[in-house]
Design a protein around this ligand. Structure first.
Ligand code: WQD
Length: 334
């Protein structure tokens, strides 16, 4: 079995490769990644964990010729498409960059899947496509407008895949809508290591824990939640990774959409508190104004994936905090 993993060097892609290797010991795992938001060090560490049958190509999948060459050289059985730009704030500043990158890459891949009869496609989507609807989000909800171009690119890619699958019955698609993945592989060899000042909560917490940033800014404490801070459905990255394998193994004809979340919400202050207790470190924080565009509460209805993929998230918030710190404390970032 040959599996193409675009963006396989990124946070979610790299962890999924470990789950793929466990489930498919003999598969050839081919990464296409242009290192936009990752480094070769991740691949080096990934190789220590996965050992054999993994190949890396520094390819931009917006470049159709490079995609064509890859599909000619390998007879892929499946594609898992992670590659994409994902910074919400930057997408507002540079919408064209986001539309161009995230849409052209997906169009190229789908085109070559159809040409070379690759009938298994797993797409990395996001809970952001639910827009500002009411939690728990359920897959059958009609989608509301998203609040930023990044989210819009995910919604448009979903539509493209649905339309293509409608007229190509042999093209089977699983769309996975992620909630908030955090944590790291238990080895501590790979994890989430954004450079600069992180946008997301857990990488910010770990930078404060390391002393690289002084204080965590908690964006608002006036929300109608348990303690006034924002509530999210955090999911351990290895549970999310296992969800991709479950999606691939249980791929059905047509397009099937699954939430990958735990179904539980955790507030910002609850996450900080758990991180401090589990790791024995202090996270100094101050409450600041809410971040524009944030919703009070976001969590999944995760029952469809349990029913149809026989998958559910097993790891706890404690596991997520321990593993995130286990990785971050030894990692040098810029
Ligand atoms: C979580 C909570 C913040 C940082 C984003 C994207 C979404 C998806 C996942 C990919 C919120 C609060 C955060 C900080 C804080 N990405 N917070 N201080 O916004 O739920 O989702 O990442 O698909 O599309 O929008 O995640 O980690 O940024 O925030 O208080 O420094 O932490 O207000 O309540 P978010 P997040």
């Amino acid at each position: 079995m040959n599996i193409l993993i675009t963006g396989g060097n990124g946070f979610i892609g790299s962890h999924t490769i470990i789950s793929l290797r466990e489930h498919y010991p003999h598969a050839r795992l081919v990464i296409a990644d242009n290192l936009t938001n990752s480094t070769l060090e991740t691949f080096t560490n990934l190789k220590k964990l996965v050992k054999e049958g993994i190949e890396f190509y520094n390819i931009n999948i917006c470049n159709e010729e490079e995609v064509a060459t890859l599909f000619i050289n390998y007879s892929f059985n499946a594609v898992i498409h992670f590659a994409g730009l994902k910074a919400v704030g930057e997408s507002v500043e540079k919408p064209l960059k986001y539309y161009r990158n995230n849409l052209i890459s997906t169009l190229n891949l789908v085109k070559y899947c159809l040409i070379y009869d690759v009938g298994k496609f797993v797409f990395s989507s996001s809970a952001t496509v639910y827009g500002n609807g009411e939690s728990p989000f359920i897959e059958s909800h009609s989608l509301l407008p998203t609040s930023n171009p990044y989210g819009e690119t995910k919604a448009i890619c979903e539509r493209i895949l649905i339309d293509v699958a409608n007229t190509n019955p042999e093209f089977c698609v699983s769309i996975l809508r992620y909630f908030n993945p955090i944590g790291a592989h238990e080895s501590g060899l790979i994890g989430e290591a954004p450079n600069g000042i992180p946008n997301n909560l857990m990488p910010y917490i770990t930078k404060v824990a390391k002393g690289e940033l002084e204080t965590l800014h908690v964006f608002g404490n006036g929300y109608p939640t348990i303690d006034g801070t924002g509530v999210r459905d955090y999911i351990h990255i290895m549970d999310l990774a296992d969800g991709h394998v479950a999606a691939l193994v249980n791929l059905k004809p047509g397009v099937n959409i699954y939430n990958l979340g735990t179904g539980n919400g955790t507030s910002v202050l609850q996450l900080i508190d758990t991180f401090e207790k589990v790791n024995g470190v202090k996270i100094p924080y101050k409450i600041v104004n809410p971040r524009s565009g944030d919703l009070a509460t976001i969590y999944a209805d995760a029952r469809k994936a349990e029913r149809e993929l026989n998958w559910n998230a097993k790891r706890s918030i404690e596991d997520m905090c321990r593993d995130a710190w286990n990785f971050a404390k030894n990692t040098v970032t810029i």
